[in-house]
Every structure is written in structure tokens, then in C-alpha cells.
Design a protein around this ligand. Structure first.
Ligand SMILES: Cc1ncc(COP(=O)(O)O)c(C=O)c1O
Length: 397
């Protein structure tokens, strides 16, 4: 297999039909660039869908992985190891309150663990099972496993896979009245993304997110903040919830946490975490030594004050630069930190994405009219400028 077309052909033949057939095959990456198998270079403005937070093959991440891989690859959760416990200690500090951590493989398994913890909590409050409803948001996304899908408010992703094992009521995102209308004593948890990434970059308002917390408290329900995509420095702080002064009971993380290796984490207040008894939940690979060794490096890099200040400054400059172009094809730039939804005036996101790829830029049509960018947090001004230079051409083609 030599060309992109060769890879597409084999993919089409061998791989399940749940994904569209990719048109390019990536061979290697460095920083914010990747190269395909035909040696074409791309500026990666999507970062493996918000995963490569400090770029591809960051030397510190590679060194941590290499060192850990030569020492110990796997233990199972029958035994302790240093990288996972170091990482858990860092989380407690960042979470800001007494907390406990569960490690898993990705975002969906973090949500599954959070949902099971909510179940136990609900049975603790109402042993007869009358406090088990989950409130989630229309347009939200929490993953593809059955539990995570049950709270995903997107018919296109859910249809054809029910019935699910959870009773879920959906509220409109950023609509306090809608949220109020679905709350009640039977609600065990409110699950919310502070920014809906897959939903097309809808940024949660402080008023709405605080209402999630207020109403959860009022009805003795838990507040679960899904930071799988918004976390790990993406929005200019390690967690987005701190920007709204929230005090969630449970937070989920995944995506960029290990800089490109699979990992997921659930952080809960100690009080709520103690609903799990030994044997209640588990994962063979969760908290793997290599993934957690990489994550320790990523957390150290993205929590550096100067690093996150630069993320915010650069992101503001980039978003403002797009808006100042006043391109008639662009309606708005919705963003939070280094995470952008370029809202278009027509359903041209797929065409623009295709054209961008041709010109050496990787972006994503997250909705028919929204281009999503989630570049590495350490992308340079010059690299972002190169996209600004070509944007007018891309949107007019
Ligand atoms: C907010 C949120 N939660 C959960 C998930 C699921 O994560 P994963 O694809 O790692 O299972 C995603 C994935 O996009 C997400 O954006």
C-alpha cells in the first residue's frame, strides 16, 4: 500500500461500515503537522478530535512513554503503580476538593462509570429505585456505549439503538426554564457538557451552568460535568467548570489527557465516590502505567500558568481575526479557548473541509454549517496565521 487511494480501498473492503471511508492515510506527525503516506504535509487543526493537546509526538510525552514502556506496561488493577497514583494526586489538587479517581479507557467508559456511580447514589437516597432519572441536554454528546448513548440528546446518533437501560429527560441547553421543567425529586443527576463540542460548539453560559448546579442541589441530585472534550486545558484552564465557579460532584475526562494514548478518568468528591464498594466497578486496562505516565506529563505542561495564558491570548486573537475579515460566508465564531466553531451561512462545512484538506489543512465539519477546529494548545501564531491566509479562498470555493 503506497498511495492514499490504496489505503482507502483496503479500508473499504476490510473495515466495518460505521465510519465513512477516509480519503487520506496519515503516516507520521510532529507538533501541529502530520504527513500522509504520499508525503503531503498538513497543518492539523483538529488534533485527532481534541486529543493531541500538545501536538503530535511531543518529546516529553514520547520520553515518558518510552521510559515507562521499558519498565512496566501493565499491572491490572490488582496492583498499584506510581504513574496512576501521581496522576490521581494531581487531579485532587486541580479539582479543588477532597476527591477520588477512577481510571478507564476513554470518554464513553468514563461516562459509564459516572452513570453507575449515580445509580448507587440514587439507590442510597431512595432504596426503592424512585430516584434514578438522569437529566441530560438536547444536542449533547457523551459517547457510543449504550449508557452514554442513552444520555446523548441527538436523534441521529441514538435512533436504531434503543431501548436503553436509563430513564432520561432532556432539557434544552442554555435554557433555564426548560431545565426547570424536567427537574423533580426522582432526578439522580444532571449531566452537562460546559461546551457542547459534538453539538456544534455551543458554549454554556455561566447562568445556565450555575442553574444546573442550583437545581441539582435543590432536588438532591448530583451535578455531573462531562469535561471529556472541554478538559485538559482546552478552554484555557485545566477544567472548564472552574471558569463558572462550579462545584460538580462528578467530572469526566478523556480525549487529550494522555496526549494521544487511550485513557479516561472519573473524578468525584470523596463523599460521592464512596458509593462504590470494592467489586462494584472495574476495568482491566484502566489507569494503564504507560497512559498515566504520559498523562502526568500532559497535565504538567497544560497547567503551567504562562502556557494557559498563551492559549487564551492566541485563541482570542485567532477568533477575532476571523470575525474582522467580515467574510459574508461566516456568520459567527463560537469558541472557548483553543476550540472553535466557525458557523457558516450555508451548509458548506463538508465542502470547505474537503477543500481545506486539499490545501493541506485538517478541519472538521461537525455540523453541516459548522467547521470545528481543536488544534494543539501549543500551536504557533504563524501556523494559525497560515489558516487565516487561506480561509477567504476556502469559503468562497
Ligand atoms: C463530551 C464528550 N463526552 C464523551 C465523549 C466520548 O468519548 P470517547 O469517544 O472517547 O468514548 C465525547 C467524544 O467526543 C465527548 O465529546
Amino acid at each position: 500500500m503506497k498511495t492514499n487511494a490504496d489505503f482507502s480501498q483496503v479500508w473499504d473492503h476490510q473495515m466495518m461500515t460505521n465510519y465513512s471511508v477516509p480519503t487520506i492515510a496519515i503516516r507520521n506527525g510532529e507538533g501541529s503537522y502530520v504527513w500522509d503516506v504520499e508525503d503531503k504535509k498538513y497543518l492539523d487543526l483538529l488534533g485527532g478530535i481534541a486529543v493531541s493537546v500538545i501536538g503530535h509526538c511531543h518529546p516529553l510525552v514520547v520520553a515518558a512513554i518510552t521510559e515507562q514502556a521499558s519498565k512496566l506496561l501493565h499491572t491490572s488493577n490488582l496492583y498499584a503503580h506510581e504513574p496512576a497514583l501521581d496522576l490521581a494526586k494531581k487531579f485532587t489538587k486541580l479539582f479543588g476538593r477532597d476527591s477520588k479517581v477512577f481510571f478507564c479507557q476513554d470518554g464513553a467508559t468514563a461516562i459509564e462509570a459516572a452513570l453507575k456511580l449515580v445509580r448507587k447514589y440514587g439507590y442510597g437516597v431512595k432504596p426503592d429505585g424512585t430516584k434514578q432519572v438522569i437529566v441530560a441536554m438536547h444536542n449533547g454528546f457523551h459517547g457510543r456505549t449504550s449508557g452514554a448513548l442513552s444520555i446523548t440528546g441527538n436523534a441521529a446518533k441514538r435512533d436504531g439503538f434503543g431501548p436503553f437501560g436509563y430513564e432520561v429527560r432532556f432539557a434544552d441547553f442554555n435554557d433555564v426554564a426548560s431545565l426547570e421543567s424536567v427537574m423533580g425529586a426522582d432526578v439522580a443527576a444532571v449531566v452537562v457538557e460546559p461546551v457542547q463540542g459534538e453539538g456544534g460548539m455551543n458554549v454554556g453560559t455561566t447562568e445556565f451552568l450555575n442553574s444546573c448546579q442550583r437545581l441539582a442541589k435543590k432536588f438532591q441530585a448530583l451535578l455531573v460535568v462531562d469535561e471529556v472534550q472541554s478538559g485538559v486545558g482546552r478552554t484555557g484552564s485545566f477544567f472548564n467548570f472552574t471558569q463558572h465557579n462550579l462545584q460538580p460532584d462528578i467530572v469526566t475526562l478523556a480525549k487529550g489527557l494522555a496526549g494521544g494514548l487511550p485513557i479516561g478518568a472519573v473524578i468525584a468528591t470523596t463523599e460521592i465516590a464512596q458509593n462504590f464498594a470494592p467489586g462494584d466497578h472495574g476495568s482491566t486496562f484502566g489507569g494503564n502505567p504507560v497512559s498515566t505516565a504520559a498523562a502526568n506529563v500532559v497535565v504538567d505542561v497544560v497547567t503551567d500558568k504562562a502556557f494557559s495564558e498563551n492559549v487564551v491570548e492566541l485563541a482570542n486573537w485567532f477568533a477575532n481575526s476571523i470575525m474582522q475579515m467580515k467574510l459574508p460566508q461566516i456568520k459567527a465564531v463560537n469558541y472557548s479557548g483553543m476550540w472553535f466553531g466557525i458557523e457558516l451561512n450555508s451548509d458548506s462545512a463538508a465542502t470547505i473541509t474537503k477543500s481545506a484538506t486539499k490545501h493541506g489543512f485538517l478541519v472538521n465539519a461537525v455540523k453541516p454549517n459548522v467547521l470545528r477546529l481543536a488544534p494543539a494548545l501549543n500551536i504557533s501564531r504563524e501556523q494559525l496565521q497560515s489558516f487565516l491566509d487561506i480561509l477567504p479562498k476556502l469559503v468562497t470555493q
